[in-house]
Design a protein around this ligand. Structure first.
Ligand code: GDP
Ligand code: GDP
Length: 547
């Protein structure tokens, strides 16, 4: 019987407050430079709502609840109520932002009243305290009753560090999983640093011997790797009424063995285990998916909390974003999908209610997908699938695809193979010159799986243009697949291709991450498990038609 994976999501910090107090300014300041790859690509989506943050070595997710409002036209009071309810339900820490220029308003008082019942700690941020005088005036907000009231200026950064200190202090204690994850990242970083400073040899065009030599020292390292025997964990996410619970029920139909439904680690999160072919699958937090007929009515935000979905995504390997094919993709969908991509999780997009589309031809699906991809180009790695949870059409393919994507996330590319592709790509198209001159990539190596992460050592690494990174990513995808998973490309500066010969250096001391792995297949893709094998394959058959 499969064990409970007991994975822990990152804690969620919810920023609440009435409009114009500076929530998104504070959000941007906290998330700041960590704004990820997705942002570069997601020119079509609006402002971010979720962000990954880190302070004093602690990672957490920040949510700007202002962006979660479902009816933007609502009066202020209702907006604040909706935010507060979301935060109370799902956040591990709540930051109530108020405006020290405007002073206390009735909407602030109402938000405060609602938040008093929250189990999560509440901190008050009295924003716009841009100078000493206003900072003193901000004292009036102590009357809301929270001792932890911090005058800040989100716009200028004043006081934000103290607020962040208090936030990290108030978060629930760090779990072992979080600590382990941090260690893995630190190890991978250290390794990459060692590589950069240690033992690369000159790699020029056609210099196969040098590549082989470098590969010998650096290629077959065991990478930052999570438990290999873990189940395939899926999160079903999507807006209310798109058919998540119908899909869940269809997936759990009689012919599947439901192994168990045991409480997960978060507040009343229930994970459902099942077997699919040779794979063991766990669907994360099925309690967050209301069963049909069970909960009727109520505001949509209560019926299905986006924050809850975020937590599920955090714990999952692969997210299945369920979309109502009739309604198409909304901004909220794009936000959640963007979060999935940023977190490096796998993504499958299921167009449900396909049975409702009238007059389908054999081109309908392709046309539909092409137009969707135009809307969300940053999701071009994700396979689409049309299903009907109602009739059961292709619901089995959801699991099949998810297991495939799981495998793609764990693919490892041997260093010589990788460098052949990178070299060929550079020959086909050299990186355009930046301010400093033309960048030159000397060497690339995969440093992690899930998501596959590659470090490129280059001269003028900072000058490698975004579009060139896209080009390289496309070359890697064309060659190796990686369907359904984001991949990460990291560029590190190297002054030249030549360094001393010091093969022992790279493996020094970093335990699990750097231990030599057994049985790497030379010159190719390493096998992944459960029949989701190997090299170039395309999941969904319709990969990236717009390319
Ligand atoms: P939200 O609606 O709560 O997300 O508020 P915004 O972050 O959009 O900010 C509302 C307005 O307040 C904007 O014009 C900001 O420039 C301004 N603002 C935000 N933070 C500060 C601050 O620390 N000081 C001052 N003076 N203005 C700020
Ligand atoms: P959830 O809120 O995402 O869990 O959505 P539900 O599973 O409760 O489905 C919402 C409504 O859509 C229900 O009335 C379902 O019967 C209906 N529905 C779900 N899947 C399909 C489908 O594939 N086709 C059609 N025609 N209706 C569906």
């Amino acid at each position: 019987m499969p064990h409970n994976p007991s994975v822990t999501p990152l804690p969620i910090v919810a920023i609440v407050g009435r409009p114009n107090v500076g929530k998104s300014t504070l959000f941007n300041r906290i998330v700041g430079h960590r704004t990820a790859i997705v942002e570069d690509r997601a020119r079509t989506t609006r402002d971010r709502i979720y962000g990954d943050a880190e302070w004093n070595g602690r990672r957490f997710i920040v949510v700007d609840t202002g962006g979660l409002e479902i009816h933007p036209g609502d009066p202020i009071e209702e907006k604040v109520q909706e935010q507060a309810r979301l935060a109370i339900g799902e956040a591990d820490l709540i930051v109530l932002v108020v405006d020290s220029i405007a002073g206390l308003t009735p909407a602030d008082l109402e938000a405060a009243d609602l938040l008093r019942v929250a189990k999560a700690p509440v901190l008050v941020a009295a924003n716009k305290a841009d100078n000493d005088k206003r900072e003193l005036e901000a004292a009036e907000f102590f009357s809301l009753g929270w001792e932890e009231t911090y005058p800040i200026s989100a716009a200028h950064g004043r006081g934000v560090a103290d607020l962040l200190d208090a936030m990290v202090w108030a978060l629930p204690p760090e779990s072992e999983k979080e600590i382990a994850r941090k260690k893995r990242q630190a190890d991978a970083d250290e390794w990459a640093r060692d590589m950069a400073s240690g033992r690369l040899s000159r790699l020029g065009e056609g210099d196969d011997a040098a590549i082989e030599m470098a590969a010998e020292g650096g290629a077959d390292l065991d990478l930052a790797f999570e438990d290999e025997d873990a189940e395939v964990s899926l999160a079903l996410v999507g807006r209310p009424n798109v058919g998540k619970s119908s899909l869940l029920n269809a997936l759990l139909g009689e012919d599947r063995a439901i192994v168990s439904a045991i409480p997960g680690t978060t507040r009343d999160a229930i994970d459902t285990h099942l077997t699919w072919g040779r794979s063991e699958i766990v669907i994360i937090d099925t309690a967050g998916i209301k069963r049909p007929g069970k909960v009727a009515g109520g505001p949509p935000a209560e019926r299905y909390s986006t924050m809850r979905a975020l937590k599920a995504v955090e714990r999952a390997d692969v997210a299945v974003l369920v979309i109502d094919a009739f309604e198409g993709l909304t901004a909220q969908d794009a936000h959640v999908a963007g979060f999935v991509a940023e977190e490096g999780r796998g993504l499958v997009i299921a167009l449900n209610k396909w049975d409702l589309l009238a007059e389908k031809t054999d081109r309908t699906f392709d046309e539909y997908v092409t137009s969707m991809r135009r809307e969300v180009p940053f999701l071009d790695f994700a396979p689409f699938l049309s299903i009907s949870a109602k009739t059961g059409q292709r619901v089995g393919r959801v699991l099949e695809l998810a297991v495939d994507v799981w495998g793609e996330r764990r693919k490892r590319i041997a260093t010589p193979e990788l460098n052949r592709v990178v070299r060929a790509a550079q020959l086909r198209q050299a990186p355009p010159a930046g301010k400093l001159g033309p960048p030159k990539i000397f060497y690339a190596t995969q440093v992690a799986v899930a998501p596959p992460t590659f470090v490129f050592f280059a001269r003028h690494a900072a000058g490698v243009h975004f579009s060139y990174k896209r080009f390289l990513e496309n070359q890697l995808r064309d060659e190796f697949g990686f369907d359904g998973t984001p991949i990460r490309l990291i560029f590190r500066e190297r002054a030249s291709g030549r360094i001393g010969n010091n093969p022992g250096r790279a493996r020094g001391g970093s335990g699990a991450v750097l231990k030599r792995s057994m049985g790497a297949t030379p010159g190719g893709v390493r096998a992944v498990r459960k029949g989701t094998s190997g090299s170039k394959r395309s999941v969904g058959g319709k990969r990236n038609p717009q390319r």
